[in-house]
Design a protein around this ligand. Structure first.
Ligand code: XLS
Ligand code: NI
Ligand code: NI
Length: 434
């Protein structure tokens, strides 16, 4: 027990409330496209930003005061877990996600790391018994410690590769033990700063073999959740091997992992890659690898991963549109990989950030469901491609050759006439729902 959230009542759905800490749209039991809203959205709190991050930025250190600081001992790790579960209860949060480094101190060698991890996992398991919050995914932090500065699985030093294999094994065991529904790998240090000192063929091969070992181990221990890769470009390495969905998909194919690995797609990472979130989601859906999402936005002016709670309903609606259209989440969910601003010092700020984000997502989900049920966008899209429905045009893709098509163009005097893409009308259509 902590007293960190003292005085903050459980957050409830009350559309007429004038409190900052009430849900006006997130109504867990409301049915949306055949499922409870809670089961469509599958929200998760990110342990790292909410409980481990201390408010630092590149120019200054800790701004927060928390009862579980300093985070270098197991007693405080347990206090942090107490506070985390208190927040999950206040929010009625169905899931959480963690890195090993968020939940316990790393220790001075591997044996100590493992002891700490096992002790805190037992503690979390106990907490979960008395709680309705489950584990959406676990992961290993293989980017903060200086041992990872030249890469994790892609490190030139085989001892680091070995350390990473041992670490991921421990974190997969921990995730399995807590009933985690997925296991995530974000390759923060899997990239390079300069080609002058880098053998990118070797590094990519190491990463490919590493991922194969993860999949082999998943099968060995009977973990039936998804293995998810989280793409991100340019940060922290200048060149990241997991740049975006398309890049990761080609990596998966190259290392024969199709059908074994899916994607955890983060809104902010999509933007950093020069895409929109919905582009990345639609691309993953097209490849059949849309697993889960990190629903946190970046500041559009600052150009780096600011990890803010979502506030933009139209953007969120277009994201859930792609998710619902692809059939919705199975084991995946909506993880708020988001942190407070460093001036937001109070326990209430932490609750408010999540309440707002959950409400924005609920609005987005409802709008997306309404658009899908109305069918206007799909009808417009179908109409735009309707020319491809005729037999002769279908045949171009199945049995056509350049010669046969050229002959038809001449014989039939085919002379394409441009038609409007009707973008503004479609934007107006979206505006009716959001
Ligand atoms: C960092 C990533 C990270 C992953 C988990 O940018 O988003 O937080 O989600 O390692
Ligand atoms: Ni991120
Ligand atoms: Ni993330």
């Amino acid at each position: 027990m902590t007293n960190f959230f003292d005085g903050i009542a459980p957050v409830i759905y009350n559309p007429t409330s004038d409190s900052d800490l009430a849900f006006r749209h997130y109504n867990p039991d409301e049915m949306v496209m055949g499922k409870r809203m809670e089961d469509q959205l599958r929200f998760a709190v990110a342990y790292w930003h909410s409980f481990a991050w201390e408010g630092g930025d590149p120019f200054g250190g800790r701004t927060f005061e928390r009862p579980w600081y300093p985070q270098d001992n197991m007693a405080n790790a347990k206090l942090k877990a107490d506070a985390a579960f208190e927040m999950f209860d206040i929010l009625g949060q169905p899931y959480f996600c963690f890195h090993d480094a968020d939940i316990c101190p790393g220790g001075s060698n591997f044996a100590e790391y493992k002891r700490n991890l096992e002790e805190i996992i037992d503690y979390l398991a106990e907490k979960m018994e008395g709680s309705s919050t489950k584990l959406l995914w676990g992961t290993a932090n293989m980017f903060t410690d200086r041992r990872f500065m030249s890469g994790a699985a892609t490190n030139p030093d085989p001892d680091v590769f070995a350390w990473c294999a041992a670490t991921v094994k421990s974190c997969m065991d921990a995730t399995l033990k807590l009933g985690g529904q997925n296991y995530v790998l974000w390759g923060g240090r899997e990239g390079y700063e300069t080609l002058l000192n880098t053998d990118l063929v070797k590094e990519r091969n190491q990463a490919g073999r590493f991922l194969q070992m993860v999949v082999e181990y998943k099968k060995k221990i009977g973990f039936d959740g998804l293995i998810l890769i989280e793409p991100k470009p340019q940060e922290p390495s200048k060149h990241q091997y997991d740049y975006d969905v398309n890049t990761v998909y080609s990596f998966i194919k190259e290392f024969d992992l199709e059908g074994e690995v899916a994607m955890n797609i983060e809104q902010g990472h999509a933007i950093l890659a020069g895409h929109s979130f919905e582009h990345e989601l639609a691309m993953a859906a097209a490849f059949g690898i849309l697993g889960s999402i990190d629903m946190n936005k970046n500041d559009y002016q600052s150009g780096w991963d600011t990890d803010q709670f979502p506030t933009n309903v139209p953007e969120v609606a277009l994201a859930y549109y792609e998710i619902l259209k692809s059939g919705g989440f199975t084991t995946g969910g909506t993880n708020f990989d988001a942190k407070l601003r460093r001036q937001s010092l109070d326990a209430e700020d932490l609750i408010a950030g999540h309440v707002g984000a959950m409400d924005v997502c609920a609005r987005g989900l409802k709008a997306a469901a309404a658009m899908l049920e109305d069918g206007g966008l799909e009808a417009a899209r179908d109409a735009r491609y309707a020319g491809w429905d005729t037999d002769v045009n279908k045949a171009m893709l199945t049995s056509g050759t350049l010669e046969s098509i050229a002959a038809r163009v001449e014989a039939e005097d085919i002379n394409p006439q441009p038609r409007s893409g009707r973008q503004e009308r479609l934007e107006n259509y979206i505006n009716r729902f959001v």
